[in-house]
Design a protein around this ligand. Structure first.
Ligand code: NAD
Ligand code: TYD
Length: 345
């Protein structure tokens, strides 16, 4: 079995590559990644010499390169993680989100059609469902919740999902889609909430919480997400969407306070700053379908997962210090430099 994993030099894609090489020693894993600011070859250094692994630097929008790769590899399946993934960046510059997330998906599926692939799996997000109100804790996203996006990022992911389902209905492409909640764990890029707060706290820098920090996210340890995709790939029903999440809702402010506690840093580092435009209030997944049909359950409790994650950042300083020494500084200055501070707390 040969599987093309796109975006495998990013956060979740790399964890999936490690998972698959470990679980299936007879599979060939071909990672395709453009190595944007979010992709790091150093992340994959432990598998580069594995004879079952190949890395190809390519843009999923580059039709010639992608078709050439399919011609060479004749893959059995494709798992598409490649995406522009950061909501804040999508607010600054939506265009590349539409290009990579929608047109890139189309190129991959066109190649799948031409080469008669066994499965195309689209890694999507709970953000396609929009948000839930804070005062209705009884509400959860199911697979039947209408698509109702808020940000250019989530709109581009929703556009891709619709295209994936259209390729199934129109051309009979054997597709599956997973819509997962917020992931955390090793190799999470430092612009996202949890790694940003860990890294800033370690440097005694301000911890920029958007607004009051009451927004709720449903956090899942990345390895649990990888196991869910593995199950869907092997046992999922073609044409179906599966929600993935572990009923682990937390307010941003509580996550940041917990990180302060774990690192022995004062909560006075917390700085409330101007809110994100269009900021989604609450995400919460109902994972009943994947549990009932495929037997999936999360294995890592948040208390253990966050402990492992904090420890990982403490013991992998080389990985993130290299990242934050480059263009990241410019990004940080642009996003946070002049940001209004709010008199909260
Ligand atoms: P990430 O930003 O860490 O990684 C994205 C990877 O895709 C990077 O390696 C980047 O170089 C690569 N890439 C970007 N554009 C490309 C292109 N045009 N061609 C080839 N490669 C390209 O993202 P992530 O957090 O690992 O997310 C992976 C996928 O999972 C995304 O599709 C995202 O929408 C989805 N997702 C993420 C989360 C989360 O909490 N991070 C939750 C649910 C779903
Ligand atoms: P993020 O990690 O960007 O994921 P997403 O927007 O896809 O859920 O953000 C998680 C939450 O943390 C979100 O509500 C925005 C908030 N946040 C902050 O308060 N401060 C920050 O500096 C960042 C990056 C995020």
């Amino acid at each position: 079995m040969t599987i093309i994993v796109t975006g495998g030099a990013g956060f979740i894609g790399s964890n999936f590559v490690f998972h698959m090489l470990e679980q299936y020693p007879d599979y060939r894993i071909v990672c395709v990644d453009k190595l944007t600011y979010a992709g790091n070859l150093s992340t994959l250094k432990t598998v580069m010499d594995n004879p079952n692994f190949r890395f190809v630097r390519a843009d999923i929008c580059d039709r010639a390169a992608i078709f050439q790769l399919f011609e060479e590899e004749k893959p059995d399946a494709v798992v598409n993680f490649a995406a522009e993934s950061h909501v804040d960046r999508s607010i600054e510059n939506p265009e590349v989100f539409l290009t990579t997330n929608i047109l890139g998906t189309q190129v991959l599926m066109d190649a799948c059609r031409k080469y008669g692939i066994g499965r195309y799996h689209q890694v999507s997000t709970d953000e396609v469902y929009g948000d839930l109100p804070l005062d209705r804790p009884d509400l959860f996203f199911t697979e039947d919740t209408p698509i109702h996006t808020s940000s250019p990022y989530s709109s581009s992911k929703a556009g891709a999902d619709l295209l994936v389902l259209a390729y199934h209905r129109t051309y009979g492409l054997p597709v599956t889609i997973s819509r997962c909640s917020n992931n955390y764990g090793p190799y999470h890029f430092p612009e996202k909430l949890i790694p940003l707060m860990i890294i800033n706290a370690l440097a005694d820098k301000p911890l920029p919480v958007y607004g009051e920090g009451l927004n709720v996210r449903d956090w899942l340890y990345v390895e649990d997400h990888c196991r869910a995709i593995d199950l869907i790939l092997h046992k999922g029903t073609v044409g179906e969407v599966y929600n993935v999440g572990g009923h682990n809702e937390m307010r941003n402010i509580d996550i940041v306070k917990l990180i302060c506690e774990k690192l022995g840093k004062p909560e006075s580092l917390i700085t409330h700053v101007a809110d994100r435009k269009g900021h989604d209030m609450r995400y919460a997944i109902d994972p009943t379908k994947i549990h009932r049909e495929l037997g999936w359950l999360p294995e890592t409790k948040f208390a253990d997962g966050i402990e492992k994650t904090v420890r990982w950042y403490l013991t992998h300083r080389d990985w993130w210090e290299e990242i934050i020494s480059g263009d990241y500084q410019k990004y940080y200055e642009k996003m946070y430099g002049d940001r209004e501070q709010l008199p909260i707390g």
